[in-house]
Design a protein around this ligand. Structure first.
Ligand code: FAD
Length: 435
């Protein structure tokens, strides 16, 4: 008897979803062609830049991209290991180059014809099966037609959730925020600096967006204040004043924890994002909202009680594309039976053990998914368990070099150019440095 091929649904056609679809297609001995649900009318997710803040149906725009963004990772450690960027491009790219890269990635792997654009997944439900089998899934999606919308329900054997986590703003509970009479926005809605010309702008948070916005706004604003609790950010123009975290907000002023007070026409919250999976009933899957997002997820990837659903890319402070690649190959090895999982109890215990280790090392629970230096051993473990070649050490070297040079100077680190020997990032990189 010919074994039935598994039907896998991929939710989202950003970098993670495209990667999942590409490798499902490439493993046609185990899998039927993927069905990729994409709520927007274009692939690329985060890398789609638009001036709009809402789409035609009034929904918040998915992408947080701003007009002048250049990548904070060089293309040499950003690329999928099996698909290098155009070697003639500089290391640090404009966002439009990344979108073009994803377009050709999808095109060349034959993924495009499997994407259902304007299909918004509204519900994913597990369907019980016989003991011993993986258990199936029912997906309900809303199909957006020009003048109507209709709901469609379909069954699958497995699900890859690739919906990203940089869309729903996290707004911290800052006293007085409601009474602020200036222009209040989250970095999700920032597009370019011109509207803020000659204004006093206060940025809250010095993550990648806060620092980038400070650099951009310092060219046009009357004053830029960067309020944060991190180490002094080196390399910002002298016009950017760095101050401690916000204590409270008045009608047109802000007060910081050291008691100092500043005028503010504009307050931009660069305070990060919340995880959001509105189409999942977490409790039904044995999951819950946690300090760090959502859990327990074995290998930061799957709910132990439903190991045919994979949340690709929930980790932070990673090289996203290589990370997605490893997670996808691991997930497909599990589904095709080439990699077996521990029992449910053992997987749950393993997540507890990992969290315990993280806390013991002094990590805060809410940073459990921030991987930083752990990302390398994590990807190596997945490669070992699923039997694919590990990410080459050069990707780590370049990532760490970038991190170090960014710490030295946030204004100049993007002028570096790294070089790869050989046509593919999968090959060992031996020669890299400043050009
Ligand atoms: P996304 O790109 O967010 O894609 C998710 C897709 O899912 C979207 O197309 C969305 O429309 C779709 N979707 C969501 N919900 C549904 C639903 N219910 N039904 C159907 N479809 C749905 N990474 C780097 O490597 N280098 C960088 O320099 C870099 N800079 C960044 C700058 C900013 C401002 C941000 C926000 C992120 C940056 N990142 C960077 C991280 C970036 O998000 C990842 O690299 C990667 O693009 C995320 O891909 P994803 O597929 O997980 O999610």
């Amino acid at each position: 008897m010919v074994p039935t091929k598994l039907r896998v649904a991929v939710i989202g056609a950003g970098a993670a979803g495209l990667c999942a679809a590409r490798h499902i297609l490439a493993s046609s001995e185990f899998f039927a062609p993927p069905v990729v649900f994409e709520s927007s009318d274009r692939l690329g997710g985060t890398w789609i830049y638009t001036e709009e803040k809402e789409d035609a149906t009034g929904r918040i725009i998915h992408s947080s991209m701003y007009r002048d963004l250049r990548t904070n990772l060089p293309k040499e450690s950003m690329a999928f290991p099996d698909f290098p960027f155009d070697p003639s491009l500089p290391s640090f790219l404009h966002h439009s180059d990344v979108l073009a890269y994803l377009d050709s990635y999808a095109e060349q792997s034959g993924v495009c014809e499997h994407i259902r654009f304007q299909w918004q997944v509204e519900e994913v439900r597990p369907v019980p099966r016989d003991a011993g089998s993986l258990g199936g899934w029912e997906i309900t999606a809303r199909v957006q037609h020009p003048e109507s919308a209709q709901q469609v329900t379909e069954n699958f054997d497995a699900i890859m959730v690739c919906t990203g986590h940089y869309t729903v703003p996290f707004i911290p509970p800052i006293p007085g925020l409601d009474s602020f009479q200036g222009h209040l926005l989250h970095s999700h809605s920032y597009r370019y600096p011109e509207p803020f010309a000659n204004q006093s702008v206060v940025l809250v948070g010095a993550g990648p967006s806060g620092v980038d916005l400070a650099l951009q706004l310092s060219n046009v604003a009357a004053q830029v204040v960067l309020s944060h609790n991190r180490q002094h950010v080196c390399g910002l123009p002298k016009e950017v004043i760095q101050v401690p975290p916000l204590l409270k907000v008045g009608q047109k002023t802000v007060v910081f924890t050291d008691g100092s007070k500043m005028p503010a026409d504009v307050l931009i919250l660069c305070t990060g994002y919340k995880y959001s999976f509105p189409f999942l009933d977490l409790a039904q899957l044995g999951l819950q909202e946690t300090d760090y997002g959502v859990g327990p997820l074995y290998q930061h990837l799957l709910p132990p009680q439903h190991p045919s659903l994979f949340l690709i890319g929930v980790c932070q402070q990673i090289c996203p594309f290589p990370h997605f690649y490893c997670q996808v190959l691991f997930a497909l090895a599990v589904l095709s039976g080439r990699c077996s999982l521990p029992s449910v109890t053992d997987m749950e215990a393993e997540v507890e053990r990992q969290l315990g280790l993280h806390l013991k090392k002094g990590g805060l629970a809410r940073y459990f998914l921030k991987m930083k230096e752990q990302q390398w051993s994590y990807m190596e473990d997945l490669a070992h368990l699923a039997g694919f070649p590990p990410v080459p050490p050069a990707v780590q070297q370049i990532y760490e070099d970038t991190h170090a040079s960014r710490l030295c100077n946030v204004s100049t680190y993007r002028s570096r150019n790294y070089r790869l020997l050989g046509p593919s990032a999968w090959e060992l990189v031996q020669d890299w440095g400043e050009n």
